[in-house]
Ligand binder design. Structure first.
Ligand code: HEM
Length: 416
């Protein structure tokens, strides 16, 4: 391997995102990895890491590798079709993972469901729920933002966005958050089976909601839009609607929770003058959020792809099934990439802005994610203008995807 030939220490001695050092300050480790070369073998994960933006963007755009988890060499075996439960139908026959042509069809026909207009309407539905959360919080001197606010937001947004009636909320709440675990390579077989069963229950509920909606007058939500799209487009079917909703749950839960924590932390940890600039409008926040994400460097892993066959890639021979991780966050504090990377500037210009990906798999939920963050943070600073961190939050070593906080205690500084 290149590093041995050049007499460099193995990269795992310099880069370990599960280490305490990484959680405290990931920057030196990210820079060490980026400087090792454009594509680096990382033994502990049995994966290649692509470190530089031009290569990552080419990979995002041209898709030479597979996004299908079941193409990974260490994935559980792909069961035969006659044994598929709802779960396998949604995960293996997944409309966003299936062959590229179908993926592109799904993205093309569903684009109107994610337009700004639709996000504006969804905002009107999420807003009262956010108000309720803050009303329930009252006016404490100190509170845990994660527990009181952040952890409720993904569920509220997704159920409101999709249009899942409230009568289903208690049941679906239990199963929604475990869904993403079925994909996690680090969990045990028992945990994966439990996540699989929960996912099966979630799918049953979604099918019930769809059946109900088919017989009810059209409403102003995502599900109604998708049913209209289904009626107008050959090749887009109920299974696609189910997998799309699951994808929203899977891709929109953890990401939002991490983003909530880091947004509040970054705004409170830096020059307070940035807060008003960041929250001046949804568009201002859209840019500020890219800066929050850049400044925080919360990622530990990156975006996974798998070699669909034995192949050559960026000058390396890849074996079939090997994981390739794209790590755009390695650039985030690189002075060769950003001027003054240590300065937190919510008006920094991002061109290109890749925080939500790029190309055919660009994040479907980007507009919604930014809007729900904007809403929640605006409400937080409106109710508690003098709020500050009550302590430096302890990082949670159990999260393998992102640097997150065990709790985020805030001091409201309310009079009385
Ligand atoms: C701050 C929060 C979020 C961030 C940073 C984020 C980021 C991303 C990124 C970088 C990708 C591309 C992944 C890849 O190339 O492998 C992606 C894909 C995706 N995201 Fe998000 N996301 C966020 C929130 C959401 C939300 C709230 C939803 C849904 C409501 C969502 C739904 C999706 C879906 C369905 C995909 C897959 C798209 C496809 O394969 O065509 N995301 N996201």
């Amino acid at each position: 391997m290149a590093e041995v030939a050049q007499n460099l220490p193995p990269i795992e001695e310099l880069f370990d995102p599960n280490s305490q050092d990484y959680m405290e300050n990931p920057v030196p480790q990210c820079l060490a990895l980026a400087r090792r070369g454009p594509i680096v073998w990382y033994e502990p994960w049995q994966a290649w890491i692509v470190t530089r933006m031009p290569d990552i963007m080419a990979c995002w755009k041209e898709e030479p590798l597979s996004s299908d988890f079941y193409d990974w060499e260490f994935a559980p075996p792909r069961p035969p079709e006659e044994q598929w439960s709802n779960f396998e139908r949604a995960m293996i026959g997944h409309s966003l993972l299936a062959e590229q042509e179908h993926h592109r069809l799904v993205r093309r026909v569903t684009a109107p469901a994610f337009s700004r207009n639709v996000v504006d309407k969804i905002q009107a539905k999420i807003e009262p729920e956010v108000q309720k959360l803050f009303d329930a919080l009252g006016e404490p001197q100190v509170f845990d933002y994660k527990e009181a606010i952040a952890q409720h937001i993904p569920f509220i947004s997704i159920t409101r966005m999709v249009g899942i009636p409230e009568k289903y909320w208690p049941e679906i709440k239990q199963v929604v958050m475990t869904f993403t675990e079925a994909w996690n390579p680090t969990i045990s077989d028992e945990q994966r089976e439990a996540a699989r069963q929960d996912s099966n229950r979630a799918i049953d509920i979604i099918r019930e909601v769809i059946a109900e909606r088919r017989s009810a007058p059209e409403q102003d939500d995502f599900l109604s839009t998708l049913l209209r799209i289904e009626a107008e487009n050959d090749g887009f079917e109920e299974g696609d609607i189910v997998t799309l909703i699951l994808a929203l749950i899977g891709a929109g839960s953890d990401t939002t929770l991490v983003a909530q924590q880091w947004s509040v932390y970054a705004l409170l940890k830096n020059d307070r003058g940035e807060i008003a600039k960041a929250l001046a409008s949804p568009d201002a926040f859209s840019n500020a959020f890219s800066e929050i994400n850049r400044w925080g460097v919360s990622s530990k892993m990156g975006f996974a792809r798998y070699a669909p066959r034995d192949m050559e890639f960026m000058g390396q021979q890849l074996r079939k099934g090997v994981m390739v991780l794209m790590m755009p966050h390695l650039k985030d504090h690189d002075p060769d990439y950003y001027d003054d990377p240590e300065t937190f500037d919510v008006e920094r210009v991002f061109d290109p802005d890749v925080m939500f990906g790029y190309g055919p798999r660009y994040c479907i939920g980007a507009a919604l994610a930014k809007r729900q963050l904007y809403l929640t943070l605006s409400e937080l600073f409106r109710r508690f203008p003098d709020i500050e961190l009550a302590e430096e939050p302890e990082r949670d070593p159990d999260d393998h995807n992102a640097v997150v906080f065990r709790r985020l205690l805030l001091k409201t500084n309310l009079a009385g």
